[in-house]
Design a protein around this ligand. Structure first.
Ligand SMILES: Nc1ncnc2c1ncn2[C@@H]1O[C@H](COP(=O)(O)OP(=O)(O)OP(=O)(O)O)[C@@H](O)[C@H]1O
Ligand SMILES: [Mg+2]
Length: 288
């Protein structure tokens, strides 16, 4: 009996957080790097289903970097990145669409359904949620770097997304956007998630990855980082690779009115619940 009362008390401790986020939109970027362990994957998705059933509006945007790289290498294509962005030629785009859309998205949707949740998968031309245009990166001299079919977000069909959420679905999105001419573009999933959070005026954007958060040059976790400190760390090279688009997307979302942005470790079991239902906060909170 004692034990059961204890359990009931633990459930009750969540009440203030449930009340705070009831009906609120939470965009979760689920990084490819944190998807590798199937047991963990199931637990992440179960957390998302729980959020939905207690009255929040979670949206899942997924990556798939490691899986894409595996398939590219199988075909003898060497994955190429510049400043954390994938260089996407036609052959790479085909693989990205097949792996992200055909494989990972479909799998996540079916896993959520098996758990008793309602999920709706959107990718590429399906639903055309993410409108895209070509993205040019600039080098230090300001010259354009051509990244091929790597895109940037031009707009989000957020009302359409909201409609599905109201019907009780968890939208599951792949970061493939569609251009005006119907051409598809590969978009960094952090950027796509930030744009979706901005358009939907989300309360929270959570970027789940495979590191504890933003680490300093000694590998120590930084629990809060602001724009000034982050820019300095990018310049000095202590923030590099895939962490660069993560920081840039976080700052963009904050500028657009998203209330809170967190970069958390997807390898920790129930990282999402720990982030939302406790005051301790895990990982790194990004501030303006
Ligand atoms: N200062 C830093 N702190 C933490 N991670 C950093 C830092 N600088 C660079 N990184 C790198 O950023 C990586 C996270 O970005 P990455 O794009 O690889 O993963 P993801 O975004 O979670 O997955 P995907 O791109 O497949 O969606 C870390 O694994 C780490 O190697
Ligand atoms: Mg990434």
């Amino acid at each position: 009996m004692e034990e059961r009362i204890k359990k009931a008390k633990i459930v009750m401790e969540a009440l203030p957080y449930i009340m705070r986020f009831y009906g609120k939109t939470i965009v979760i970027k689920y990084g490819g790097a944190a998807m590798k362990d199937p047991v963990l994957k199931e637990s992440v998705l179960r957390d998302v289903v729980l959020l939905k059933f207690i009255g929040m509006n979670p949206i899942l945007v997924h990556g798939g970097g490691p899986e894409i790289n595996k398939y590219l290498e199988k075909q003898g294509i060497k994955p190429q990145f510049i400043g954390g962005y994938r260089v996407t030629d036609a052959a790479t785009l085909k693989v990205v669409e097949k792996v992200l859309g055909g494989k990972i998205n479909t799998q996540i949707v079916s896993m959520i359904k098996k758990m008793g949740g309602r999920a709706k998968g959107f990718w590429g031309k399906k639903g055309k949620i993410i409108k895209a245009l070509k993205y040019y990166k600039k080098d230090e001299k300001g010259n354009r770097i051509d990244l091929g079919f790597t895109g940037q977000v031009a707009g989000i069909r957020y009302r359409y997304l909201a409609k599905w959420m109201k019907l009780g679905y968890i939208p599951v999105l792949t970061s493939i956007g569609v251009g005006k001419s119907g051409k598809t573009y590969n978009i960094n999933a952090d950027k796509a998630a930030a744009a979706i959070a901005a358009y939907l005026k989300a309360s929270k954007l959570i970027l789940m990855t495979d590191v504890r958060g933003v680490l300093d040059k000694d590998g120590k976790l930084i629990s809060e980082v602001n724009s000034y400190k982050a820019q300095k760390m990018i310049k000095s090279g202590s923030i590099s690779g895939g962490m660069i688009p993560k920081i840039k997307s976080s700052l963009y979302a904050l500028r657009k009115g998203v209330e809170k942005v967190h970069i958390i470790d997807g390898r920790i079991p129930h990282a999402l619940l720990l982030e939302i239902f406790t005051d301790y906060g895990i990982g790194t909170m990004v501030q303006k």
